[in-house]
Design a protein around this ligand. Structure first.
Ligand SMILES: C[S@@+](CC[C@H](N)C(=O)[O-])C[C@H]1O[C@@H](n2cnc3c(N)ncnc32)[C@H](O)[C@@H]1O
Length: 356
């Protein structure tokens, strides 16, 4: 693991025990730490502003498991920075927060122009700030009547797919000058990934969810955390409850639908299918890209069968049976997936009458 990868993991709040379990060469790990001390200290300090307990856990694992090795491996040129101890003492009283506490998570999802010619980030810019920053409750499965208070694995998977250089020509073709409608956006990671990486390619992104409080978090939190100001010709945020005809008719026009983790419960699937049917069974050659976690194969089959019985065709354009085993090294992912992450699929959905 390189130093920047360790910092990306911490910024994405990978469970500390998983970070330490993955270490197979302890000396190499400590040398990595010794070589990135300044950046690591800064990252841990910034994390501690919102989540001091997480920074504390990292340092206590480090000191408990590796203190002797640190002193063995340090040299006159590469001494361990004593400020780590001062910092650790300053956060020693930190307690684990409640699942309803907000955290600020950073997802390593900004590409540079050499990976993505339609992007607008130079290599330096993307190295300096490679993150989409999201205010969320990462440990909250559901609360306040919504499941959208945290970012789900399916949206990480779809975001990662969009910026993967191997999918560049596909992404360029389908989003070129298109208005993209994200439905059930939750924290809006996918829309922000699209906007931040492809703003010169796309026409506009419309971020929607049925839950207005989530939209407030996007407008007053996540947009500004990512240096996006409203009004903005390329970003719109508005409510779209799938079964509300007024919400639907207020969305003037769009070309492509995107969405992630919208098939987790049988009870919400019929409204989703109706919305897709209304949107895709038109004269326009529209389609949807929906990523889905396969938590329960029967629910997934229910979704697929309902698509088919409503004259909607689908192709699974990408899937991963065990996302946590994806390797960062071979460039297949820039994000980490926790152990036990369910299979994720990306569906391309279109009207059966059209030949996409
Ligand atoms: C599991 S979360 C996924 C959020 C986000 N796409 C992600 O993957 O992180 C499902 C989202 O769909 C929204 N949702 C569920 N049913 C909906 C409906 N009938 N109309 C609009 N949004 C809905 C929820 O508010 C929630 O934000």
């Amino acid at each position: 693991m390189k130093g920047d990868q360790l910092i990306h993991k911490l910024n994405q709040r990978i469970p500390i025990n998983e970070i330490f379990e993955e270490i197979d060469d302890k000396s190499l790990f400590i040398l990595t730490i010794l070589n990135c001390q300044e950046n690591l200290l800064t990252a841990l300090y910034l994390i501690s502003i919102v989540n001091p307990y997480y920074s504390k856990c990292f340092l206590s694992h480090l000191f408990n498991g590796f203190e002797n090795l640190i002193y063995e491996l340090q040299t006159d040129d590469l001494e361990f920075d004593e400020r780590f101890y001062d910092f650790y003492i300053s956060i020693l009283s930190a307690k684990e927060g409640n699942p309803t506490d907000y955290d600020i998570i950073k997802y390593n999802l900004i590409t540079c122009t050499s990976d993505n010619p339609n992007g607008h980030h130079t290599l330096n810019e993307s190295q300096e700030n490679p993150y989409i920053t999201i205010r969320e409750c990462p440990r909250l499965i559901g609360g306040l009547g919504t499941t959208g208070l945290r970012t789900w694995e399916a949206s990480c998977f779809l975001s990662n797919f969009l910026i993967n250089p191997k999918n560049h020509s596909f992404v360029t073709n389908i989003f070129n000058n298109q208005t993209v409608l994200e439905i059930g956006s939750g924290t809006s990671l996918v829309s922000l990934t699209l906007y931040k990486n492809f703003s010169s390619l796309i026409k506009k992104v419309i971020i929607t969810d049925g839950d207005s409080s989530l939209l407030d978090n996007i407008v007053h939190g996540n947009l500004s955390l990512n240096d996006i100001q409203l009004p903005n010709d390329k970003i719109q945020v508005q409510r779209l409850l799938w079964n509300d005809p007024d919400d639907f008719s207020s969305i003037s026009d769009f070309d492509v639908i995107i969405g992630s983790d919208l098939t987790y419960d049988r009870s919400i699937i019929p409204d989703l299918i109706n919305l897709l049917k209304k949107s895709l069974n038109t004269n326009k050659q529209r389609f949807a890209l929906i990523s889905a976690s396969v938590r329960n194969i029967e629910t997934t089959l229910f979704f697929e069968n309902l698509l088919t019985s409503n004259n909607l065709s689908f192709k699974i354009i990408e899937k991963c049976l065990n996302p946590s085993t994806n390797s960062y090294i071979n460039n297949s992912t820039k994000l980490w997936f926790k152990k036990g992450t369910f299979e994720v699929r990306i569906y391309k959905i279109y009207s059966s009458k059209c030949s996409l």
